[in-house]
Design a protein around this ligand. Structure first.
Ligand code: VGL
Ligand code: ZN
Length: 196
């Protein structure tokens, strides 16, 4: 039986932006299917008065990750465009924390901790446990989780609320294994509701 310590916990919702949803510029397959469950997680954290953090991929127009600039991705999540907005069906509580990342033109940043004040903000709120969901399992979720573990957060990966791009067929599976071997614990909604 898992024992969840709610005090000192925060929810991190990674990159649930229009461009990563079906029909977007860098579609993560089936990413729309996790919206309802992500909203359930968000409501639990809101109800408990715990921090909810949303990360956003937030690229300048000329970002190096874009194909036209020698990168591997189609142009996506350009700052202040519709594609970079969090999907309208995602519930965003008042006083949610929004963290923009990968906003420098010459630098890729898949982790929500890279060149942001996320760690500082979490430490100010005495957060020690992170519950992570969103997209993409094999990029921004992976790198955010690995950085969180390096920074000594306890990390719960919400496996029923993540989706990957799978440029190679097993990328998401490999990413999940890597997060586990680095110390992340898997959790699904049914396990969490026991403690609510
Ligand atoms: C992401 C590819 C490019 C992500 C961001 O959010 O996982 N993936 N930029
Ligand atoms: Zn990106």
């Amino acid at each position: 039986m898992k024992n969840i310590e709610w005090q000192g916990s925060a929810l991190i919702v990674v990159d649930m932006q229009n461009d990563f949803l079906p029909g977007g510029k860098l579609e993560v397959p089936n990413s729309d299917t996790i919206i309802p469950i992500i909203n359930e997680y968000i409501k639990i954290f809101e109800k408990k008065g715990l921090p909810v953090v949303f990360t956003r991929d937030w690229h300048p127009e000329n970002h190096i990750s874009f194909k036209e600039n020698g990168g591997i991705w189609p142009k996506h999540c350009v700052q202040n465009t519709e594609g970079a907005q969090i999907h309208k069906d995602i519930y965003i509580p008042n006083n949610s924390i929004i963290i923009n990342k990968a906003f420098q033109s010459d630098m890729e940043a898949y982790s929500g901790f890279q060149n942001t004040d996320l760690d500082q903000k979490l430490k100010e709120m005495n957060v020690k446990n992170l519950f992570v969901c969103g997209v993409a399992t094999d990029y921004c979720v992976l790198n955010t989780v690995l950085d969180a573990l390096k920074l000594n957060y306890k990390v719960y990966l919400l496996i029923d609320a993540i989706k990957g791009v799978d440029v190679n067929p097993n990328d998401s599976e490999e990413a999940i294994k890597k997060m586990i071997s680095n110390g992340a614990e898997l959790l699904v909604f049914d396990e969490i509701v026991q403690f609510v």
